[in-house]
Design a protein around this ligand. Structure first.
Ligand code: PLP
Length: 370
């Protein structure tokens, strides 16, 4: 497909069967554990056309070749497995808690060492990359919403000889394409915005480096972390409407960020779309939108924050993000969440409902604070 198409067009048209008479317009899920001998596919753990359709689409969006996985964490585990034994990983202080937990587990068995950095502090990250084998970046970070300087950090990681990996789950390939800024590997929890309907767990990797692609594919087949054909089909079906969903969810998030900022009980709103947010200038430079996730704090009232989350009618009190339905949670309700995340911080994963309904419900839940 022509590379000058807008990503909102690519999500609709990439990964389709060839247009020949009688061809279906969609790749159907292929339910087969093996293939007739004589071709290059061999066996169900090595490849499936349902994955390939999704991988082609994600590859085109990010500017590389895609690989889908059983979950975002399966993709993370395959990438982290590239680090040599005893190697060093530089990772964000704040990031998806499952990624940080995996790195801690591997550090505990001396499989590798981890140095945690504030990804918004470019000089600190650059200093930490000396001697590193992998630089793991998330931007914006979960749930602190810090923004990393992707071009500067990617260049520094490469200078240090480290593989630069970006978890692009929050931004989606529509808002940010890290490979363009020099990252080696992009990773997604496709469970979130890509699939978009809270009905699939799935992961993805994209890289433009054939050696890295081969190394990660080898791990997928040997670790067995493959997606199901139905999940891949659902994710691609969801991805077709990503541009529309994101447009609405993002404008809802911007509206809610402004409303929350004016609310007397809210002490801080974290959203890179707010002009005075510490990550605003950087996000404006490297993202084509500010996304649909934001966090806010309630002046130290952790119990109040928990009550707010339990008092909504429309907002779903649940973990996860990127679905059509809005969700909220107090992140520190999870014991594995990083202790430097304020315990009164509520993360909003904004969906596509009407903004007035979302605000009315949130405002009514905030009244439980008084
Ligand atoms: C959810 C998530 C993951 C993990 O993905 P799963 O699909 O749940 O395994 C990784 N990174 C981020 C930023 C996430 O939100």
């Amino acid at each position: 497909m022509s590379s000058d198409l807008d990503p909102s067009t690519v999500v609709v048209h990439a990964g389709r069967p060839e247009r020949v008479p009688n061809a279906p317009v969609n790749q159907s899920p292929v339910f087969s554990s093996t293939y007739v001998a004589g071709g290059d596919r061999g066996y169900g753990r090595f490849g499936n056309d349902s994955w390939v359709a999704l991988e082609e689409t994600l590859g085109e969006l990010e500017g590389g070749r895609g690989l889908t996985f059983a979950s975002g964490m399966a993709a993370v585990a395959a990438i982290v497995d590239l680090v040599p034994v005893g190697g060093k990983v530089v990772a964000p202080q704040h990031a998806y808690s499952g990624v940080l937990a995996l790195l801690d587990q591997q550090a505990a068995t001396n499989r590798l060492t981890v140095e945690r950095v504030n990804v918004a502090d470019t000089d600190a990250v650059i200093a930490a990359t000396v001697g590193a084998d992998m630089l793991w970046i998330e931007s914006p970070t979960n749930p602190a919403m810090e923004v990393a300087d992707l071009p500067a950090l990617s260049a520094a990681g490469r200078r240090a000889g480290a593989s630069v990996v970006v978890d692009n789950t929050f931004a989606t390939p529509l808002l940010q394409q890290p490979l363009k800024y020099g990252a080696d590997v992009v990773m997604h929890s496709a469970t979130k915005f890509i699939a978009g309907h809270s009905d699939v767990v799935l992961g993805a990797v994209v890289t433009a480096d054939d050696d890295l692609w081969n190394a990660i594919e080898l791990r997928r087949r040997s670790l067995g972390a493959i997606p199901g054909p139905m999940e891949a089909w659902l994710a691609l079906r969801g991805l077709r409407t990503l541009a529309l969903r994101l447009e609405r969810a993002q404008s809802n998030a911007a509206f809610l960020a402004e409303r929350l900022r004016e609310h007397p009980r809210v002490s801080r709103v974290r959203y890179p779309g707010l002009p005075d947010d510490p990550g605003h200038a950087r996000a404006a430079a490297q993202m084509s939108g500010f996304g649909a996730i934001l966090s806010f704090e309630l002046g130290g009232e952790a119990e109040g924050a928990q009550r707010v989350c339990e008092s909504t009618a429309l907002w779903v009190h649940a973990t996860s993000l990127g679905g059509v339905e809005s969700m909220l949670e107090r992140r520190r309700r999870w014991p594995i969440e990083v202790p430097t995340i304020p315990d009164d911080l509520i993360r909003l994963a904004v969906g596509i409902e009407h903004p007035d309904d979302l605000w009315a419900d949130l405002e009514q839940a905030l009244k439980t604070l008084t």
